[in-house]
Design a protein around this ligand. Structure first.
Ligand code: GLN
Length: 460
């Protein structure tokens, strides 16, 4: 058990060496000290210390849950009763959750403590953390650079030591890209593995709630807590949830690891490919695994396929923000990127009568998913970089949407295919963290997490 690890923290809490209240107070102090510069937290939970004291009583009486005493921050698009669910948008500036999302209810049932709501790109529209109506988030691991997005706040909060774990949401890379840039761990679960009940959609056919943490163990623990069938979300699948944390203890051996030729060609920064290949090589040697090239057909079309789907689904999902119930009309107050998607989505929806874009995108999506199915006949997992470029300087915002969209070329395919994918730190380039992405077949999160743990271990 490494010092400072989530597992070690849990042991201290369980054995009374650290109380839940002390844990929360320490994080609140860090938030107070650092948040004015990092801007990761939009709203802290005023009841967190009292909630922690109640958890301490449960720990003492020996009936506390699996997350007892851990502090969790939540992307501000996931409903927590009484806390802001503003999606970093002026539209929902004064909106507070009236109920707990399924994932939140499960965290609370295991005695995790929601310490605050985290910053993000408005409604999840972005990859840099710069599109928040409440100011950009900083990157604690690479000061002066963007933290990645759209789950910028959750990743930055972990990296800055403001919480133990965090809950993010990933439609096209929003958990993985900030995990990579901030040097933390994150998982986008398979579509249908985690209930989406209580999240504000970016694009409902792609969104997944997922765990983030400083290490694979903590991430697996949160994954184990939030996964599973829910009566509230018909897209969730009725499959048992394995005990991911226990399975991590098994030593992974003899994996067939795929590296995609297509991703290699699309990686504009060769240094990133170098760091990721080296980490993959180390892990393969440590686990007696073999690396082979795989072809992922049509993966180069992922961005063109993703955006028409997102534009249309976002347009449709935001029609309820018309100013009558939740706050100001979205089009009147939202930022440029959200507006671009609403207007674009409206046009595409009109053209849909002729099946011009959305239905074509659905066909391309199917082809991309089939490409993965084929590749997974030859390999168990696929390793790739997370982003094709390093984070840019905060304040030098990329204004060309196409250039910004290119950021997610490696992460979007997993969302389109509905498979699971995770990111784990692989190394650094000039001090800037680089995360390695692993993709695994749908509902094989245990394999994904085991492989991620093997990378983490090989890197130490
Ligand atoms: N950057 C992508 C987008 O802007 C992904 C967003 C996300 O995963 N929420 O759509």
């Amino acid at each position: 058990m490494a010092a400072g690890s989530t597992e070690e923290k849990l042991r201290q809490l369980r054995e009374g060496k650290l109380t839940a209240a002390e844990n929360i107070r320490q994080f609140l102090k860090t938030i107070k000290g650092k948040n004015s510069s990092i801007n990761a937290i939009l709203h802290t939970n005023e009841d967190a210390v009292a909630e922690a004291e109640a958890v301490d009583r449960k720990i003492k009486s020996g009936n506390a849950g699996r997350l007892a005493g851990l502090a969790i921050t939540v992307k501000a698009a996931i409903s927590v009763k009484g806390l802001t669910v503003c999606c970093a948008s002026k539209t929902l500036e004064d909106y507070h959750g009236t109920f707990d999302a399924d994932a939140i209810a499960k965290i609370k049932a295991e005695d995790g403590i929601i310490i605050g709501m985290a910053n993000m790109d408005e409604f999840g529209c972005g990859s840099s953390g710069e599109n928040s109506a409440f100011g950009a988030t900083g990157n604690p691991s690479a000061p002066g650079l963007i933290p990645g997005g759209s789950s910028s706040g959750p990743a930055a909060a972990i990296a800055a030591g403001m919480c133990d774990l965090a809950l993010g949401e990933d439609t096209g890379g929003s958990i993985r890209n900030p995990a990579s840039h901030c040097g933390v761990v994150g998982v986008k679960p398979s579509y249908g593995r985690v209930s989406r009940y209580g999240i504000v959609d970016l694009a409902m056919s792609l969104d997944q709630v997922g765990p983030m943490g400083p290490d694979v163990y903590g991430t697996a623990l949160l994954m184990e807590t939030i996964a599973g069938k829910s009566e509230n979300d018909a897209t969730t699948v009725n499959k048992d949830v394995p005990k991911y944390t226990q399975l991590l203890k098994k030593n992974t051996k003899g994996l067939r690891i795929g590296m995609s030729t297509e991703f290699e060609e699309m990686c504009s920064d060769r240094r990133i490919y170098g760091v990721v290949s080296a980490a993959a090589g180390k892990m393969a040697a440590a686990t007696k695994s073999m690396i082979k090239q795989v072809r992922l057909s049509h993966v180069d079309l992922a961005i063109q396929t993703y955006y028409p789907l997102v534009y249309v689904e976002f347009f449709s999902g935001t029609r309820k923000f018309d100013g009558r119930k939740y706050g100001r009309k979205i089009e009147d107050v939202c930022g440029e990127e959200a507006l671009r998607r609403i207007l674009g989505g409206k046009e595409i929806s009109k053209a849909e009568y002729h099946g011009l874009y959305y239905r074509k995108a659905l066909k391309a999506r199917r082809l991309i998913a089939e490409g993965f199915e084929k590749a997974f006949k030859d390999v168990d997992i696929i390793i790739s970089p997370t982003t094709p470029m390093l984070p840019h300087k905060l304040g030098t915002k990329i204004t060309d949407p196409k250039a910004m969209y290119a950021y997610d070329a490696f992460t979007i395919p997993a969302n389109l295919a509905g498979i699971c994918a995770g990111v784990v730190p692989a190394g650094k380039i000039d001090g800037v963290p680089v995360g390695l992405q692993i993709m695994a077949p749908a509902f094989k999160e245990e394999l994904l997490l085991q492989a991620m743990a093997a990378v983490e271990k090989a890197g130490q």
